[in-house]
Design a binder for this molecule. Structure first.
Ligand SMILES: Nc1ncnc2c1ncn2[C@@H]1O[C@H](COP(=O)(O)OP(=O)(O)OP(=O)(O)O)[C@@H](O)[C@H]1O
Length: 309
């Protein structure tokens, strides 16, 4: 049995086409794992299937093949073991901020009394800087405040795993930065296991222990796992002073701009092993990390080994 907290094996998704035609798989042969307490970001071009993968991990979407094992059990449906925060804050507009969080907390712990629920929710709302706004309704909040409520609600149920789908995508840069700092602090304090989709490479470098890079769809694969080797005590203001930051950033941008399209087709299988995507540490490499590109001619037999170093 796998020793990892979460294991994704051979995951594949095909959406049915209109008119009975067969669609190609959005992604296939997706393999990766997450250890307890790890913060994992996933990056890839629009349409490669990141949200679909997150929904499968959440149990909200069924895969067409493969499986997801979390904490020794197969994920077959939604559970309060997994907290989800979407890009659009899904708050109940008729309830107060406290009421929105309390609703989730009461679902998780139905035996708790009112005072215990209120104290618990208030603690998490204070953590995201909303202690002063617990009696407000969502309509009275800014976009950033609403998103904070969603984050507090997800943390308050103390899920085994937190799934974040571009939670800051709709926020202005200033608010986004502040909430990133708050998330960083909470995650450092709680050691919460997190899987997060982002399009922002800086956000991924700031928050993640490792970054999963997806190639373009259809037939998207996990192309590479990038370990963020900078010390965990990162701050938004400080990471730019670490020489590793630029190496990691350049590596991610180079993937997105140049390499993300080279993983589809039979030829790609000759140089890429989707079951064991290369794990790279560009921050620690003196030179630029190896660049994977389709060879012009038949590849040398040891090419797979080179890519995996
Ligand atoms: N319910 C659905 N029915 C049919 N096709 C779908 C459905 N949901 C998603 N798709 C298709 O699957 C592909 C992957 O979508 P998904 O939203 O998972 O990608 P993504 O990588 O998260 O994209 P983005 O970064 O733009 O959010 C897209 O081509 C999308 O059109």
């Amino acid at each position: 049995m796998s020793a990892h907290f979460l294991t994704v094996e051979a995951l594949k998704k095909v959406y049915p086409a209109d008119g009975g035609q067969a669609n190609p798989p959005v992604f296939e042969d997706i393999h990766f794992h997450i250890d307890k307490g790890e913060f994992v970001c996933i990056i890839g071009h629009s349409g490669c299937g990141k949200t679909t993968i997150l929904n499968v991990l959440a149990g909200l979407e069924e895969a067409s093949g493969g499986n997801v094992i979390m904490d020794g059990r197969e994920v077959i449906g939604p559970s309060l073991d997994r907290g989800v925060v979407f890009q659009s804050h899904a708050l109940m507009p008729w309830m107060t901020v406290l009421g929105n969080v309390a609703f989730a907390v009461k679902s998780k712990w139905p035996d708790w009394g009112k005072d215990k629920v209120t104290a618990h929710c208030t603690e998490y709302l204070e953590m995201v800087g909303l202690g002063h706004a617990i009696h407000k309704k969502p309509a009275e909040l800014s976009g950033g405040m609403k998103q904070r409520v969603g984050i507090a609600r997800a943390f308050a149920i103390q899920p085994k795993m937190l799934l974040l789908d571009e939670p800051f995508g709709a926020l202005d840069a200033l608010t986004r930065g502040t909430i990133q700092d708050e998330l960083l602090k909470i995650v450092q304090a709680t050691h919460q296991t997190v899987f997060m989709i982002t399009h922002d490479v800086d956000e991924a470098i700031l928050l993640a222990d490792k970054i999963v890079l997806m190639s373009n769809g259809p037939h998207a694969k996990i192309a590479e796992i990038v370990e963020v080797t900078m010390p965990r005590s990162r701050t938004r203001a400080g990471i730019h002073h670490d020489p590793q930051y630029y190496k990691i950033r350049n590596h991610l941008v180079d993937f997105l701009v140049n390499r993300s399209k080279t993983y589809a087709g039979a030829e790609a299988e000759m140089f890429h092993d989707a079951k064991n995507p290369p794990v790279v540490q560009p921050g620690l490499e003196a030179e630029r990390a190896p660049v994977v590109s389709l060879p012009a001619e038949k590849p040398a037999p040891q090419l797979k080994q080179v890519v995996n170093q």
